[in-house]
Design a protein around this ligand. Structure first.
Ligand SMILES: Nc1ncnc2c1ncn2[C@@H]1O[C@H](COP(=O)(O)OP(=O)(O)O)[C@@H](O)[C@H]1O
Ligand SMILES: Cc1ncc(COP(=O)(O)OP(=O)(O)O)c(N)n1
Length: 313
């Protein structure tokens, strides 16, 4: 287990269980383990789920979610924490109150709303509660494209829209970074890079820190085994940050990890539908990257790529 200054590095996930093991709590704990970080979990709900879809969902009583947080955070503690599927407005309230009572130094909010198969994992009336109660506590928020659209209340169909959405979301986080993930970017606008260079076909994640945009691009892997990519990515940010990485280095470490996890699962046979990624991929904490740059993940390492730097809009 990884130690920093003699102490075991600890991370907490507050999320739902995926019985299929590709997303949710299971993906988070596997990712923490891949980074050598001790993982604890607060379970907000149970899903009966596999690679074909979500067959059922049950939420945990909000008071019991709070009780789990108290158990973990008054004893084991966490160097960083993340949230995933929260389900209902009442659970979000309980989680926000839990983090207010037992604050953590780093909180990554993955605003999970819908599973890949289209099944809702957050009640419709909970989006505004997530925005008002949880985003202000976030050190980093990691929406995918549809989640960013739901949070800002408008369509995102170009890089300009994406930059605008990041600016709007930043106002809600009260200083926390915004990472808009590029897994869902449509082919017709993925054809251009967001910063002036040509980077096709890449999955590009856009990071906004209130001052500059940073871009992380990695080859888009042609695979339908991408179940749980968002959970895995946010768990990897959490683990790398818990291990002491800067935010930009933690996001780069996570992007490299998810790329490798997707690549390794490309031809495996776990389930008959949208398969999970391979959490036994190598996890390494990247060091020394800078905000406001454009980076590409090439041959297992990060390279700064040519392009317009700083604010692109
Ligand atoms: N086919 C792919 N090839 C490479 N990276 C991908 C692919 N699909 C998603 N990613 C990356 O996986 C991470 C999670 O993104 P995304 O799939 O958009 O999240 P979510 O699972 O929440 O919808 C991001 O870093 C994204 O760029
Ligand atoms: C229990 C649970 N939590 C979250 C998700 C969504 O995970 P995500 O990483 O966004 O992956 P996809 O569902 O989009 O594959 C989930 N499915 N289940």
């Amino acid at each position: 287990m990884l130690r920093v200054n003699g102490h075991v590095v600890r991370a907490l996930t507050v999320a739902g269980s995926d019985s299929g093991g590709g997303a949710g709590i299971q993906a988070d704990l596997k990712t923490f383990a891949a980074f050598g970080v001790y993982g604890a979990s607060v379970i907000t709900g149970l899903t009966a789920q596999n690679t074909l879809g979500v067959q059922g969902v049950r939420y945990v009583d909000p008071a019991f979610v709070r009780e789990q947080m108290r158990s973990v955070l008054t004893d084991i503690g966490a160097d960083a924490a993340k949230t995933g599927m929260l389900g209902s407005a009442a659970i979000i309230e309980a989680v926000a109150e839990g983090f207010a009572e037992y604050p953590v130094r780093a909180l990554i909010v993955d605003p999970v709303m819908v599973a890949k198969g289209g099944e809702p994992l957050l009640d419709a009336d909970a989006v505004s509660v997530l925005k008002q109660r949880l985003l202000p506590l976030a050190s980093v928020v990691t929406p995918n494209l549809p989640e960013a659209e739901a949070l800002v209340g408008g369509r995102i169909v170009s890089w300009d829209d994406c930059h605008q959405a990041a600016r709007e979301l930043f106002r809600f986080t009260g200083g926390g970074l915004v990472v808009i993930k590029g897994g869902h970017v449509q082919k017709d606008w993925a054809g251009q890079s967001p910063y002036g260079g040509s980077l096709v076909p890449h999955a590009v994640d856009v990071v906004f820190d209130g001052d500059a945009f940073t871009y992380f691009a990695a080859m888009r892997i042609p695979s339908h085994r991408t179940h749980g990519t968002g959970c895995t990515f946010s768990a990897a940010i959490t683990a790398a940050r818990a291990a002491g990485a800067s935010w930009i280095d933690a996001i780069a470490s996570a992007k490299a990890f998810i790329s490798e996890a997707i690549r390794r699962a490309q031809d495996w046979d776990v389930g008959g539908g949208h398969g999970p990624t391979d959490h036994s991929a190598p996890a390494q904490v990247v060091h020394g990257l800078s905000a406001g740059r454009c980076y590409a993940y090439v041959g297992g390492t990060w390279e700064e790529v040519a392009g317009r730097r700083g604010n692109p809009v």
